[in-house]
Every structure is written in C-alpha cells, then in structure tokens.
Design a protein around this ligand. Structure first.
Ligand code: HAM
Length: 427
C-alpha cells in the first residue's frame, strides 16, 4: 500500500470544516484591517531563502527541501530550487519584483503550505500550513512606525479571541537594529569564547559565524551556559528603545496583555526591533501558535530599496489543534438541509427538483431510485439531513411533496413552489 509521506498528512472531513471556519474568520478579520491577499509560488530560488532567512539558521542549514532543476541537456548546470519554508521572503521578493512601493503601504496576507524537514511530532509536520500577513512599504508610507507593530499585535489578539482561543500568551521583545546587533554579537562572541568548546558542535560553529543563533540551541546540556549569556535588552540604542516603548504603550492603552522576554530572538535572521510569539498551553513542547516581527533591512538584503516591514505567520495546524480542544469539527460542519429520495423510475424528476432547490441555496443530498425507502431513510439520517423529501409519480403529478422532519418525525405536504421557503424557515 502506498502511504502519505512521513510528516505530511491528509486533512479529512469533518476536520476540514474547522480549517474552513478558521480561514473564513481570518479573512473576515483581515478585511476589517484592510489586508489584501497575495499568492506567491510554492517554490523559489534557493538563494532567496539563503539570503533572506539566513545561511546559519536551522531552517536554511538543515530543513529545506532543495533540488537542482536540470534542463534537458545533460550539460545543463541547473538552478537550485527550494520548496518555501516560510512566506515572508517570497512576499518581499514579489514586493521588489512588482515595485509594490508605488502603492505606498502594502497590507498583504497569504494562506498556504510551507515545507521544512523537521522531525515530525504532534504539531510539527514537514508540510504544514501558515496564515501569513505582512505590512511593508517605503518609510514614507509609515511602514516603520510602532503604530504598525501595535496594529498587527492587536489584530492577532482580536483574531484569537474571535476564534475562541482566549488563553493565549503574547511574548514580546526587541532584537534591536544592525547597530545594536553588532555590539551584541561582539559581546556574545566574547562570552562564548571560553565556554564554546564544551557546547554542541552547532553552537561551536554558531559562536564563530553567527553567535545570535546560539539561542536557537535545543541541546539540554547547553542551556545553563546559554542562560549566562548577555541579554539583547542591554544593547538597544535610543531609537530602538523608543520604538519598543511606543509599541508597549499602545498595547497597554488598547488593552492587549503581553509579557516581555528578552531571550526571544526568533529563528530567522531578518528580524529587527520588535519580535514576538503567541503561545498556547494546550500545545506542549510545540507551543508557539504563531511568531513574527519587524524586518526593516530584508528588502535591501534581497537587492530591493529600503522597505521597512512587520508581519507574522500563524501555524494553522497548531491553531487547529488548540481549537479542537473546545470546538468539535461537527459543530461547524454544514449538514444537508434536505435528502431527496426518489421512488422507482424517478431519478430524473428528483434531479430536476434537486437542481431547483440547490439554486435557491439549499444543501441537498440526492438519493437513488434503486434504494428502498428504508435505505433512503437510513442514508438521510446518517448524512445528518434535516428533512427527507420523497419523489414519487403521485407527487410529481400533483406538484406537492411530503416533507418529513427527521428529528421530530413531523410530516407536511408542501406545494413545489413553497418547498425552499418551508425548508429555509426551519434552518
Ligand atoms: P516561524 O516562527 O518560523 O516564522 O513560523 C511561524 C509559525 O509556523 C510557528 O510559530 C509555528 O506555529 C508554525 N510552524 C513552523 N514550523 C512548523 C512545522 N514544522 N510544523 C507545524 N507548524 C510549524 C516564520 O515563518 C516567519 N516567516 C513569520 C513572519 C512573517 N515574520 C515576519 N513575517
């Protein structure tokens, strides 16, 4: 038997109803904040992620699905391509490629699959889904303002509340700007120098190439050393500190609760200033439902003009796991309004009636003339239909149908023209 690849999975009904409920709510909330949808390709040039996300990050160094796209000629050297591990780099590439700065401030979102070769476990997959949103534009559009950071965070709080996930926890930090980062990296290098040889091989390398990435280390023996390292909060310059204070001030005034965590540096290199994660207790080790932050230099590092930006990605799989605690998929699943049961030789008449009712926006399940009445009732009940409607010769001739409420057993005779109205009234 051929099975789905480890780390990938089939999403089946009724669970898909929950995914649709989440995505419909997300689209609704995003609309209120004037975000518009963008769709970028699922694979991009490998260089985009190497330069955007950073060579030393776990994502780029270990987790990407990369292949060489060879042409037909054997001599073709080929281009290195990668399944997107995240959406931000692709969106910023599109911003540059289509000169979206002409539009001023861009508020964009996308929903789709991402790919990382991680060790699969609950809440961690190799193909997973992100709901990603970004605010990006030239500084003249106000894209660098702390008001945008606060807007994004307040929108997320609203969204989670709307979905019924109320026990979230927002962790907030500022990772500073390149100016602060250089000083912080220097301090980290100095602090790591005497201890790095006792750390894991990844940290030994990171200590030299990109010391900030030491904070991504998951090796338990390294954690006591990491705890003693300098903190980014001591290295913020005045403009970064003011930006961070302004974000916190707005959040406090609009009533979004948060806690500060100056160990939160996020696993991607492009972050500047505000960085954040929302966690949820139900998820155990994989407890980050979403993460994001500001990336004021990303466009330049991809060859574009200055374009400050801030955004986030929700791990949709994890969001659904949190939601499943409270909301049964069945409760958001739409059930048939009516099951049409044709008697012998009545398939065509039943199809005609189903067509009429579906065009009036009813959810109709259509049976088969070969079913005995008993089987039709069983099938209708199993499908969760509210009504069963019998189509026999008599009914067609008189143009009136018996409509039976499957829950109450109540049966009424309804003229064809009034069927849709009668069913809708009881919805
Ligand atoms: P990230 O923290 O790498 O950020 O991923 C965001 C979220 O995606 C995580 O919090 C988690 O919920 C989910 N996620 C990540 N990996 C997996 C996985 N293997 N299985 C299931 N869920 C996963 C980013 O991707 C940034 N691009 C976010 C961003 C947007 N920053 C600015 N704009």
């Amino acid at each position: 038997m051929i099975k789905a690849i480890r780390g990938t999975r089939d999403l089946l009904p009724p669970e898909t109803a929950l995914w649709n409920f989440v995505e419909a709510t997300v689209r609704d909330v995003f609309r209120a904040y004037n975000f518009q949808e963008i769709r970028t390709p699922i694979f991009e040039s490998t260089e985009l992620f190497a330069r955007g996300v950073g060579e030393e990050t776990d994502i780029v160094a270990k987790e990407m699905f990369t292949w060489e796209d060879r042409g037909r000629a054997a001599s073709d050297s080929g281009q290195s391509l990668t399944l997107r591990p995240e959406a931000t780099a692709g969106i910023v590439r599109a911003y540059i490629e289509h000169k979206l700065w002409d539009r001023g401030l861009n508020k964009l979102f996308t929903i789709g699959p991402m790919f990382r070769r991680e060790r699969p476990q609950k809440g961690r997959y190799r193909q997973f889904y992100q709901i990603d949103a970004e605010i990006i534009g030239p500084a003249s559009s106000g894209s660098d303002s702390p008001a945008r950071d606060a807007e994004i965070l307040e929108m997320l709080a609203t969204l989670l509340d709307r979905l019924g996930i109320t026990d979230w926890h927002l962790q907030l930090n500022s990772v500073g700007c390149p100016n602060d980062r250089a000083k912080f990296n220097e301090a980290l290098r100095a602090a790591l120098e005497p201890v790095k040889d006792t750390m894991c091989v990844d940290c030994q390398r990171r200590a030299v190439t990109n010391p900030l990435r030491v904070f991504d280390c998951k090796v338990p023996e390294d954690q006591p050393i990491i705890d003693t390292l300098p903190r980014i909060s001591h290295f913020l310059d005045e403009p970064c500190r003011q930006h961070f204070d302004a974000v916190k001030d707005i959040l406090t005034k609009v009533g979004v609760r948060f806690s500060e965590n100056d160990r939160l540096v996020r696993g991607l290199d492009y972050y500047t200033r505000t960085a954040f994660e929302f966690t949820h207790g139900a998820l155990g080790a994989q407890n980050a439902i979403l993460g994001g932050g500001r990336y004021d230099g990303l466009s330049e590092s991809l060859g574009g003009p200055a374009a400050p930006g801030i955004g986030f990605a929700i791990g949709e799989d994890r969001l659904i796991l949190s939601l499943q605690e409270k909301t049964a998929a069945e409760s958001v699943l739409s059930k048939p309004d009516v099951y049409i049961a044709p008697m012998a030789a009545m398939n065509a008449e039943a199809a005609r009636l189903a067509r009429e009712l579906r065009r009036q926006d009813l959810v109709v399940e259509l049976g088969d003339e070969n079913f005995r009445l008993k089987k039709s009732f069983e099938t209708a009940t199993k499908a969760g239909a509210k009504y069963i409607l019998i189509v026999g010769e008599n009914e067609v001739q008189t143009n009136a149908f018996s409509l039976k409420n499957l829950a109450t057993g109540e049966q009424v005779q309804v003229p064809r023209a009034e069927l849709a109205k009668t069913i809708q009234a009881k919805r």
